[in-house]
Design a protein around this ligand. Structure first.
Ligand SMILES: [Zn+2]
Length: 309
């Protein structure tokens, strides 16, 4: 598709192009209006998937109980919840989904490719929500541990963990009121009970900003200026104001509401991992992985030395 926001078209492609395992959020792009989705009347991709023999599940128990064969699990209408906000009775965690996917793919005689995205660390960083970003990173770390445990016992699987970019320009350490203090507080992030997005939603439903920050973020010294900023903001701006109030106290810095061009790490384990060492241009990574798999990219057959024909 020409635009990543063409989510309805992407959903149709996913269902029609043969799925082994597809787990995550976004059910609104698979369902028609009458079922709470965004597709036209009668255009129910999940019903079509069931008719094609694909198991469709919508909650954590359904995932645990799903039999063998192709599987689609959609657990949220839009994005899955932040790890901080997740209701574990309803939504599986990223490590749980990864384990479920590996269980289904591991015996394929042709091998498999599995892509797992810890996507909401980016959203948290757009909101300057250091507590939610930290929990998402911890969740991703647990997800990588699931993949590594599989690869260690399987001994023929390459695990690659990386990011497509950094978001927010996060720094551990931040000058506040002109003072250089060589410290930041993990304790304050640990105290958070909800994401800034969920706190903003509470405030928009009428809760007092001071009360929400005290209860959900452990911040009970909101200044007059901050209270005024929180009272005047809505939507994303409100989430950012909350994220900034926590980040200032935790001495965590942010330079942008968008993405940055700083280098991101690539970690790799297993056969072919030696190919992924050193400083690399980001477009080399796709060729490297294709080379490890002996795949074609477009018309180019990438050989195992990484040379295209
Ligand atoms: Zn982003």
């Amino acid at each position: 598709v020409p635009d990543r926001n063409a989510e309805d078209a992407i959903a149709a492609q996913m269902i029609k192009h043969g799925i082994e395992v597809l787990l995550g959020g976004g059910s609104r792009n698979f369902l028609p209006e009458e079922s709470g989705g965004r597709r036209g009347p009668g255009d129910d991709l999940l019903a079509a998937a069931r008719r094609a023999g694909i198991t469709v599940v919508t909650d954590r128990d359904g995932l645990a109980a799903a039999g063998p064969g192709p599987l689609v699990g959609l657990f949220a209408s839009s994005h899955m919840s932040y790890a901080l906000d997740r209701d574990p009775a309803r939504e599986p965690s990223l490590p749980e989904m990864t384990r479920a996917a590996l269980d289904r793919l591991k015996d394929d005689p042709d091998g498999f490719f599995l892509m797992v995205e810890g996507s909401r660390v980016d959203h948290a960083a757009h909101d300057h929500d250091a507590a939610a970003a930290a929990r998402e990173a911890i969740e991703f770390d647990a997800t990588v541990a699931v993949a590594l445990a599989f690869a260690r016992s399987d001994r023929r699987t390459l695990v690659v963990a990386t990011a497509d970019h950094e978001t927010g320009g996060l720094s551990l350490g931040r000058s506040v009121d002109g003072a250089s203090i060589y410290a930041w507080s993990a304790e304050l992030l640990r105290a958070a009970r909800r994401s800034a997005e969920a706190m903003a939603a509470r405030i928009e439903r009428g809760a007092s900003p001071r009360e929400v920050l005290a209860e959900d973020a452990g911040v009970s010294d909101v200044t007059e200026a901050e209270a005024a900023a929180l009272a005047g903001a809505r939507g994303d701006a409100l989430s950012v104001a909350i994220g900034e109030a926590v980040s200032r106290r935790a001495r965590i810095g942010w330079t942008t509401l968008g993405h940055t061009a700083v280098d991101v790490p690539v970690w790799a384990f297993g056969p072919g991992a030696e190919r992924l060492r050193g400083v690399r241009a980001n477009d080399a990574l796709g060729r490297d992985i294709a080379a490890c798999l002996g795949l074609r990219i477009g018309d180019v057959l990438v050989d195992r030395a990484g040379r295209g024909d």
